[in-house]
Design a protein around this ligand. Structure first.
Ligand SMILES: [Zn+2]
Length: 366
């Protein structure tokens, strides 16, 4: 690992971990929830608002930025930090997941994937080398290996995709030139314990600065997801951050921190915010559009310290939603993001204090 990146495991309580990951653009304290800024913006949220909610690491996506505005444009504008005016750490996803989920008529072979853009149907080809080149142009602090994510239940397909993911990871390591970026490998293997075990062993053997777990939260049940973590976690090295991709909800964060995961991202808080939905700290949803809220002077959550809850009533927020004002997306997204960020910060404090199980018990009762 380059000197720019160090991970210190500060405390462990059961399997839950508190850590400190340093990057060229600052420290990330784990457990951490990363707001998703797919196209170099966290939807409806300004960098100043992200700063206020104490976001430390923001995620952007190579597939989307390669198509628009083009990774070479971002490079010309000084890289992602400069372009989106986010001075803190940035993680870019390799685009592997989007090539398969958004790209049309994707044709995969052992060398890479040819796909049609979901925007204009134009043909493009991603290989591990291309995914690294794009992410080097974008300039995030953490970059992700190019992987193949499959649907959860097809074993033959999952095994082939896992083998490809491993071969592609070796090519990503070979292709990587910048030493101010940390490359994370990705564990695949769908819901098959023996594949997950094999993949976790392979990725762990490569001494990368961090390890991600992909292909979960893609349609399998919550019990299956958690049981895969029980297989993978004991294999992972203690001294590397573990990133569970695409998770999640408040319940998922608590359950997965409890199983030794450190980093999380999910579009849910901002997607819900744009769809008039808010969650409370315990994961329950508040149907803000319902009539009883029309005259409710209380905030979304009395205990929440976010900008929205400190300043606005449920009655006002419901009004914005009903008249379809743009501000509702911003205010509701602030609350949802803050809720997840605060939850990870509270879990971190509990782990450092050796009181994580007490924390979980009181959270469950909440
Ligand atoms: Zn709030």
């Amino acid at each position: 690992m380059s000197d720019d990146f160090t991970f210190t495991l500060e405390a462990k309580d059961g399997r839950a971990r508190a850590g400190r990951f340093t990057t060229p653009h600052g420290e990330v304290l784990t457990p951490v929830f990363m707001p998703v800024g797919t196209t170099a913006t966290v939807k409806a949220i300004t960098p100043a608002q992200l700063e206020e909610m104490d976001a430390s690491l923001v995620l952007a996506n190579a597939y989307h930025l390669y198509l628009r505005p083009g990774d070479e444009v971002v490079a010309e504008m000084g890289g992602l930090h400069e372009f989106m005016n986010w001075p803190k750490p940035v993680l870019t996803d390799s685009g592997g997941y989007q090539v398969f989920s958004l790209g049309k008529n994707s044709e995969i072979d052992d060398d890479g994937v040819t796909f049609k853009s979901h925007i204009d149907g134009s043909t493009h080809r991603f290989t591990p080398e291309k995914a690294i080149e794009i992410q080097e142009s974008l300039g995030g602090d953490i970059i992700m290996a190019f992987d193949e994510c499959t649907e959860p239940y097809d074993r033959a397909n999952a095994e082939q995709a896992m083998q490809r993911t491993h071969a592609w990871l070796e090519r990503c390591i070979e292709a990587k030139k910048r030493d101010d970026q940390a490359l994370f490998g990705i564990v695949q293997g769908a819901v098959f314990p023996e594949l997950r075990e094999q993949s976790a062993k392979f990725v762990s053997s490569l001494d990368l600065p961090g390890i991600a777990i992909g292909g979960l939260s893609v349609g399998e049940t919550r019990e299956e997801m958690l049981s895969m973590l029980d297989v993978i976690e004991p294999i992972l090295p203690e001294d590397k951050p573990r990133y569970l991709m695409g998770v999640g909800t408040p319940e998922d964060l608590v359950n997965c921190v409890r199983r030794g995961m450190d980093m999380f991202d999910c579009v849910l808080p901002t997607r819900m915010g744009r769809n008039n939905a808010v969650f409370l700290r315990d994961g329950s949803r508040l149907p803000l559009k319902n009539a009883p809220f029309a005259r409710d002077p209380s905030p979304i959550d009395k205990e929440c310290t976010c900008y929205t809850c400190r300043n606005f009533s449920r009655a006002y927020l419901r009004h914005l939603v009903v008249v379809k004002e743009m501000l509702s997306a911003t205010l509701l997204s602030i609350h949802n993001l803050h809720t997840l960020i605060q939850l990870t910060k509270d879990m971190r404090e509990a782990i450092l204090a050796g009181e994580f199980e007490e924390f979980v018990t009181s959270w469950e009762k909440h």
